[in-house]
Design a protein. Sequence first.
Length: 464
Amino acid sequence: MRDSLRDELVSTGQQHVLRFFDRLDSAGQSQLEQQLLDIDLRRIHQLVHGKQQQHDWARMARRSQPPPAFQPGAPSDTVGRERARQKGEQALRDGKIGVILVAGGQGTRLGFPHPKGMFPIGPVSHNSIFQILIERVLAFSRRYGQPVPLYVMTSPATHDQTVSYLDEHDRFGLPAKDVAVFCQGTMPAVDASTGKLLMSSDRSLALAPDGHGGVLSAFVRDGLLQQALDRGIEHLSYGQIDNPLVQICQPELIGYHLLADYEMTSQVVRKSDPLDKVGNVVVVDGKMCVIEYSDLPEDTARRRNADGSLFLWAGSIAVHLFAVSFLERMSHSADALPFHHALKKVSYVDQLGMRHDPDQPNAIKFEQFVFDLLPRAEHAIVVEGEKSDVFAPLKNADGAADDTAADVRNAMVRLHTRWVQLAGATVIPGVPIEISPLWAVDAEQVTERMTEPLVIERPTFFHE
Ligand code: UTP
């Protein structure tokens, strides 16, 4: 162990991590030493003990205004859906669009023993979320005759399984040159009451993924930002793996983003209840930002316009478009994304070598959030989407009140049933329908495909 590292551990009050060091074999010693070298001990110290710039959310919330927004098709929509769609289609035809899917989360609430993207969500096909979303990318790539590079972010918890899964399935048809899987960084978890680094074993710190905002540093670190620039990618369509309805690559959304010439655009849904558990996209002092539902005071959340609609209406669904030039600019700005403290359950070994699996939150994890890029964008705007068309998050194990696999499947079936009904089909109530993105990605395409009125009496999966 280098002296400088020992000294730094002492000066930052973390020397307890060497408790077992002398007893470890050399592999164990080098593993622990490398982990310690990889983390910025001073930064951890600062995060734990330093004066955090604490946001006074309540005050911010009271100064909040609704964000500038496109409401596609509404009288206020000066751009118009058709113009937006054509603009987005042209960008796809010109090969200027890439996709980022973040899939590094540990999925602790779902309790599925594999990366969440492998969850067999298809209501009829049982296809995985990975398959559904990759086929969506492939569908757009085929439709516009240009490759759409897909960048999948994993974490140490999901990386190896994701890579083997995608390899085993030949990346569901996407060429290898168009898929990059990159692993996000980690941050050590600390004891919530003492700020001491937690150990997951005698030779390892308890490390956790650094949040979906870790995408910026990992994307740059692995040379993918440069690669995207070299390929002529100008905008990235960003979504989370846990939403099978996510509108990655959606031409209309891309078109609004491009026509307004913004650095960052977020898709939002109108909140149906003031206390909906989604982040609130708002503008404070001219900057767009997200205030988590837990930080929004109830009276502010309940504020209404004269017509009875919610004043702060825009719910974040973590779907964004980024100009690549914006990400490049942010990559030079070390403080682009702050670390948030998340109180979580983290298993650890204590100073006697005893393992603990706490049943209450005991640790602080440090996470970056991608939406913290919003206030950094020169121009940012939101585009409203219809919740039932765009958002069905898979978060919880069956039996929970919401966001379970059953909820997600029902949402998929409802949407796809609506599409086939619009195309003239009759669906016997209760019969599940699923549509592969390779068959159709939206209602218009279903109408093009369905040349005769069908009566659907049994579970049906429309696919190539
Ligand atoms: P969540 O915050 O919902 O976390 O992630 P999760 O891992 O899916 O579930 P829990 O909280 O452990 O139950 C939202 C999205 O952000 C990604 C997840 O993969 C998911 O797509 N994410 C989250 C990352 O890629 N990295 C992270 O460090 C955290």
